[in-house]
Design a protein around this ligand. Sequence first.
Ligand code: HAM
Length: 446
Amino acid sequence: MIAKPKGTNDLYGKEAKIWKYVEEVIDSVMEKYHYNYMRTPIFEASELFHRGIGEATDIVTKETYDFKDRGDRKMTLRPEGTAGIVRSFIEHKMYGDSLPVKVYYNGTMYRYERPQAGRERELTQFGMEVLGSNDPLSDAEIISVAVNIYKMLGLKNIKVELNSLGDKESRDNYREALVNYFKPQLKDLCEDCNERITKNPLRILDCKIDAEKDIMKNAPTTIEYLNEESQKRFNQVKEYLDILEVEYEVNPKIVRGLDYYNHTVFEIKVDTEGVSNLALGGGGRYNGLVKQLDGPDTACIGFATGLDRVIMALQAQNVKVPIKDYLDCFIMYVNEEEKKYAIYLSQELRMAGFICDTEYTERGLKAQFKQADRLNSKYLIILNSEDLNNGQLKIKNNKTKEEELIEVEYLIYYLDEHLTEQDSFQIDDLMQESCHCDDCCSDDHE
Ligand code: HAM
């Protein structure tokens, strides 16, 4: 048997319905905040990510899926969405449109990580970007939208951790402070960190090997090196967050694992019974990226959340998710003549807007009743040649078990009248278990 690649998932059944629901909630929130849906390719020229995310980041050095296409071009499966959006913004000269451009996306990303609960190799991110605004309002708003989405989905114990990396001057000062701090202690750091000190000292701070060492815990923080203007800007973001009633905590240790950030950076975490501090999403300001990728100087901010983790948190917090899992009617028949009418009628009903299904496996009538129950059918239409010859059919309410013989022409009115809005979804908390055990999901890192 050929198994799915490690760190990927098949989505089906109830879990697929939960995903669709989560995506619908996100779409509706995005509509209210006036963000437009955008889609960019799943693979891009490798150079985009090298220049965009940063040569010294773990994502680019250790985690990308790279390949050469048949024309010998170096390509990479996107590990995140921001670089592609920025590339498209420049390529289509969206900077000439009225700014800001507010967009959102939802798609698969690829990172060769060690698979475990909430960490996939094929992950799905929902993200949003505001391109062309340097107003601290955009920073505060994007954080509040993210929090509101989580709240709308029913998640509790959401924590926003906020920090500022400051402008170029502040970042340069901070970089120097980091080099001065780490240089005398390089022997206590891993091989990668010894390289990072010259390439990009900030990346030492998200080293997974040295993370727990005191030397990391006592490192200087960005906030200590903010110049006056950056500090003022950070204060404004906080003030706007207060107006929006977003609770947050300043965590000066947050630097984010991608190179493009300046000023505001943030992470949103959640506590659940099984996992505390699960990173649901993160983002920040990236005022230099458009220019760095050969576009005009454009201030931007964005955020992305892993939908795999959102679903995991919903499961862990036992949130009841309203999912549609029912039929308006199931059409039953026995002989060929009735079947032909079932074929015709099911199409008529579907085109009239009803959720309708029929028998496809030549089951007997008794088994068809069972099938209708399994599919949660509200009504059963039981076709019978004799009734049909009289222009009639039998309809049964599957809950009350009341049966009526009605005129065929009256069927659509009948269903319209009897199917109430209230019936249109059922609350269901039965979620599929996805397997994250160590036995069958153990890593195969070379
Ligand atoms: P990121 O922090 O690398 O940021 O990823 C954002 C979110 O994607 C994470 O918080 C996590 O929920 C999810 N995620 C990341 N890696 C995995 C994985 N291996 N498996 C499951 N989920 C994962 C970015 O990607 C930036 N592009 C965010 C951004 C947008 N910044 C500005 N605009």
